[in-house]
Every structure is written in structure tokens, then in C-alpha cells.
Design a protein around this ligand. Structure first.
Ligand SMILES: C[S@@+](CC[C@H](N)C(=O)[O-])C[C@H]1O[C@@H](n2cnc3c(N)ncnc32)[C@H](O)[C@@H]1O
Length: 255
């Protein structure tokens, strides 16, 4: 990520390609072409002030699909693909799946597109995020059902599987994040409170599914164990960086 005040040349290439409608490879092969500098200057200026490239472009790629993003939603992270892969592999046929904290809709839409047999519901407490998720669902012809809910407050009944990439950063750690993240991405998507486990605890206390798949933060596994309640951790899956990233929790007494 670039510091505010500096900008990575690779980002400039991507912005130039976006403005001209050409690929970075075409631009490289046609260095003699002239373009109107005004448009590119504006975009590079935004980047230099620290705005994430994905918000400037209005899109990012996740699990092989393009998702619209703006500052109403967290930018989907590559490590979250591991949660989707795990859900695709674990969800029983025709299962009712609940995704908690839809953001851009990247998890729910990817899961439903890869496993059309699933009945996927996805909720968020943020109405602004839900608007972005619904737009992405339309783009991808997805049948995910979206609803506004603070955890389970507006949700009745049970599910076969819950997946969630909740806000999990403790408030004090959040204050030390790169300004690019803190100043641009929604606070409520990143931190749930002082402990980091506040929403995780509510999800597990709800006991709404026999199996819950969670993305967690670096070194957070013991904190999750403390709030697991009626669940036990049955598997922990590392991401490509070797960090414990996805936790599988099963209700006590279930495999
Ligand atoms: C880490 S973001 C994940 C977004 C998206 N699923 C992804 O992986 O990119 C967490 C999301 O949870 C939502 N959220 C935070 N607190 C919530 C709550 N109490 N109930 C429902 N959603 C909540 C936030 O608005 C945010 O969209």
C-alpha cells in the first residue's frame, strides 16, 4: 500500500489504463501516445492523498468475479477467499446458509454462484453496505436474499451453516491501522469494540446453526475459544501466509 503523499508507479499504470480504456500492456507498447492529463491528474491526486485504489476504480476482484466497491463497504481481502472455499467444501447439499456482515456481498454472492443448490441469506447492520451488496447481486444474477439486521435481531429460525467475516479488530489496534484503512474504510466493518470478539460472541451465543465458519484476525484463536460457548473449535485453517485465518466451530457433541 502506498503512503499518503507517495504513489506506487504500478497504481499509476492501473489508473492510466482505467482512464484510457486500454490495458497496462497496451500503454507500455504505445508510450508515444498523448492523453489529456487532467483526468489522470485528478485520480493520481486522490491516490496520493491515500484513498485506496479500489475505491478510486470503483471495483475489485474477488473469487474470480468483479465487485463494485466504494467507501460504504470494506474492500474484499484476498485471504477471505479461504472462507468461501471452506464454505463451498463444507456446506451440505441444499443447505440454508446465513452470511453475517455482507459488506459488498462478496462472500454470499461467490458462495451462491459456486453452489447454486444453497439457499443463501446475507445480513448487515449497515443499510449503506446492503445497497452495495444488492447492486453486486444484480450484476452477477445472484439469488442471495439480503436483509438488514443487527446480528440476529431481525432474523428468525435456524440455518444449516453460518459463515461470517465479522469486524474483529480490537478498538485499540484499529487506532494503529494504516491511515489508508482508517480514514477510508467503514469503522464498523473493522472493529466491533474494545475486545475484537464482541460480534463473534453474539454469533456463537445465538446458537442458530450446528456449524459456524469464521474468519479471524492474527493471533485471535484463543480469544475466540473463550467466547465459543456451546461450540467447540473443530478445525483451524491457515491462510497462504501461514496465519490461522478460518475457524470451524461445531456445536458440542457434533462432528
Ligand atoms: C469485515 S466486514 C466484511 C464484509 C464482507 N463480508 C467481506 O468479507 O468483505 C464486516 C461487515 O459486518 C457488518 N457488521 C458489523 N456489525 C454488525 C452487526 N452487529 N450485525 C450485522 N452486521 C454487522 C459491517 O457493516 C461490515 O459490512
Amino acid at each position: 500500500m502506498a503512503r499518503a503523499g507517495g504513489v506506487n508507479p504500478h497504481d499509476v499504470d492501473i489508473l492510466l489504463a482505467d482512464v484510457t480504456g486500454r490495458s497496462p500492456a497496451w500503454l507500455f507498447a504505445h508510450g508515444e501516445e498523448q492523453i489529456d492529463p487532467a483526468a489522470i491528474e485528478k485520480l493520481v491526486g486522490r491516490r496520493m492523498r491515500g484513498e485506496p485504489l479500489q475505491y478510486i476504480l470503483g471495483r475489485t476482484e474477488f473469487f474470480g468475479r468483479e465487485f463494485f466497491v466504494d467507501d460504504r463497504v470494506l474492500i474484499p481481502r484476498p485471504e477471505t477467499e479461504l472462507l468461501v472455499e471452506t464454505a463451498i467444501a463444507r456446506a451440505p447439499r441444499d443447505a440454508r446458509v446465513l452470511d453475517i456482515g455482507c459488506g459488498s456481498g462478496c462472500i454470499a454472492i461467490s458462495l451462491e454462484r459456486e453452489r447454486p443448490d444453497l439457499l443463501v441469506t446475507s445480513i448487515d447492520v449497515s443499510l449503506a453496505a446492503l445497497a452495495v451488496a444488492r447492486r453486486n447481486a444484480r450484476t452477477h444474477g445472484s439469488r442471495v436474499l439480503f436483509a438488514a439486521s443487527d446480528a440476529f435481531d431481525a432474523i428468525h429460525g435456524g440455518f444449516d451453516l453460518i459463515v461470517s467475516n465479522p469486524p474483529y479488530i480490537p478498538a485499540a489496534t484499529y487506532e494503529q491501522l494504516a491511515t489508508e484503512v482508517r480514514d477510508y474504510e467503514p469503522r464498523g466493518a473493522l472493529t466491533p469494540g474494545p475486545l475484537g470478539t464482541e460480534l463473534i460472541e453474539r454469533i456463537l451465543a445465538g446458537q442458530r446453526a450446528p456449524v459456524v465458519l469464521l474468519e479471524i484476525g492474527f493471533g485471535q484463536i484463543e480469544d475466540v475459544r473463550q467466547v465459543a460457548g456451546g461450540y467447540e473449535i473443530t478445525e483451524v485453517i491457515n491462510d497462504l501466509a501461514g496465519i490461522e485465518r478460518v475457524v470451524v466451530l461445531s456445536r458440542h457433541g457434533r462432528k
